[in-house]
Design a protein. Structure first.
Length: 220
């Protein structure tokens, strides 16, 4: 299965991806995580991306497209993938479609997790992340011990782009540059919508059932 997760910042894409990769054993590629690792490692990619990420803007298409297409051509993604955070613009979606066609593959589905703007602000202001990328929320999904990851005990931190003014900017960028992908994929009959305001477990149950159906359809 070749799946994409789409939705505004803070919709719960990372939260759901963690569960879905366990359910379906899919290789997971999250552009935000790839870019944050590149920034932390001080690579050329990280140096190019940092300024845009800190400002809540998108990294230019020519910087990110090659990174993801290379990953999808690799062995790890040869039997399927779950993409989170890519594509985020129509040119990125076109580049993905072209690359998949060349590989003789196609998308199985695009999973849209929808959440209104005021909920996004509430969620991102309370988000805390571990070094390994495990996501918590101070109220909705707190760790067992304050500010420590349940899994590896590392200190939890707040992401640089989770400041209120940057959250507003990211939302504006989402509506302007990423939301057009909803029509793009709906017109190709690939879009599946999920109400992201429900509990993480409810959202997961709904998505898992849909993905199971998509898998059956793929096998036919
Ligand atoms: P990225 O890391 O992809 O950020 P994002 O899309 O803004 O998404 P988030 O990671 O903020 O949110 P999420 O939907 O994963 O929510 P989460 O599960 O954490 O991108 C960062 C930056 O990288 C971009 O701004 C851009 O600069 C750059 N970039 C990345 N991809 C790019 C691309 N393709 N092109 C160009 N630039 C790119 O949940 C959020 C919080 O809510 C958590 O605290 C969680 O515990 C809580 N929560 C989750 N679900 C629920 C629920 N159902 N109820 C209550 N709380 C919940």
């Amino acid at each position: 299965m070749n799946l994409i997760l789409v939705g505004p910042p803070g919709a719960g894409k990372g939260t759901q991806a963690e569960k879905l990769t366990e359910d379906f054993g899919l290789p997971y590629f999250a552009t935000g995580n790839i870019l944050r690792d590149a920034v932390a490692d001080g690579t050329e990619l990280g140096k190019k991306a940092k300024e845009y990420m800190d400002a809540g803007e998108l990294v230019p298409d020519d910087v990110i497209i090659g990174v993801i297409l290379d990953a999808l051509k690799g062995e790890e993604a040869s039997s399927g993938f779950l993409l989170d955070g890519f594509p985020r613009t129509v040119p990125q979606a076109d580049a993905l479609a072209e690359a998949l066609e060349k590989l003789g593959r196609r998308l199985s589905g695009v999973l849209l997790i929808d959440v209104p703007d005021d909920e996004v602000v509430r969620r991102l202001s309370g988000r805390r992340v571990s070094k390994s990328g495990r996501v918590y929320h101070v109220d909705f999904d707190p760790p067992k011990h304050p500010d420590r990851c349940d899994i590896d005990g590392s200190a939890l931190i707040q992401r640089d782009d989770d400041r209120p003014e940057t959250i507003r900017k990211r939302l504006a960028v989402y509506h302007d540059q990423t939301e057009p992908l909803v029509d793009y994929y709906e017109s190709r009959d690939l879009l599946r919508r999920f109400d992201g305001t429900r509990t993480p477990t409810d959202v997961h149950d709904h998505i898992r059932a849909t993905v199971a159906t998509l898998r059956l359809e793929d096998e036919l």
